[in-house]
Design a protein around this ligand. Structure first.
Ligand code: SF4
Length: 188
């Protein structure tokens, strides 16, 4: 492998507001699907969404990322853990690999525990076709726990932030933006 690998990340449009916190942390720590880069530096050259079902941005995003030097495109973990998981993963992967001659990896950050628990309950990943798709992001229990979601906060009219579901933020008079407030975490 090269001393530096340039990558692009495509996220599921359901999580389009995501600022990429978990993906970037995993990339920095070489965790989840980024563990393949243990011996190389990683440079992010593109980050975008699929633009919503059925993925109208995949063709353009792939072209731009490759133009910017991407050697690998990651389809973010959100495609795998969403309810339901993206039905087009195989098509995206096959298309991007054939069209641009690059490697496509399914997944970015480790699968957070709550998604593993729910999909195990639902039986989503029972089919053997899922085995290779979830393998890069399965990680170990301790790593998964580090990517567990906390409650998200919503801004109320007064400018304070509240947990979704209406419970008050634990920080009195909280006016800092999401990401700065204890209890907030990116949706994906
Ligand atoms: S489910 Fe797939 S096609 Fe639909 S928005 Fe998510 S990544 Fe895009």
């Amino acid at each position: 492998m090269n001393s530096k690998t340039k990558i692009g990340i495509v996220i599921c449009d359901r999580y389009r507001r995501c600022a990429g916190g978990k993906c970037f942390r995993a990339m920095r720590n070489k965790e989840g699907a980024f563990s393949i880069y243990a011996d190389t530096e990683v440079e992010l050259v593109g980050f975008t969404t699929c633009e919503g079902c059925p993925g109208g941005n995949i063709e353009y995003a792939g072209e731009e990322m490759v133009k910017n030097g991407a050697e690998v495109i990651h389809l973010a973990t959100g495609l795998v853990v969403g309810y339901p998981p993206c039905p087009y993963i195989h098509t995206f992967k096959a298309f991007l690999e054939k069209r641009y001659g690059i490697k496509v990896v399914v997944g970015t950050h480790p699968i957070p525990k709550k998604y593993l628990d729910m999909h195990t309950h639902l039986g989503t990943w029972k089919d053997s076709a899922w085995e290779s798709l979830i393998a890069p992001t399965m990680s170990d229990e301790k790593t998964r726990a580090n990517y567990e979601y906390q409650k998200k906060l919503d801004r109320d009219k007064s400018g304070s932030y509240q947990h979704q579901g209406g419970s008050l933020c634990r920080i009195p008079g909280q006016t800092r933006p999401p990401g700065k407030c204890e209890g907030y975490e990116d949706p994906e």
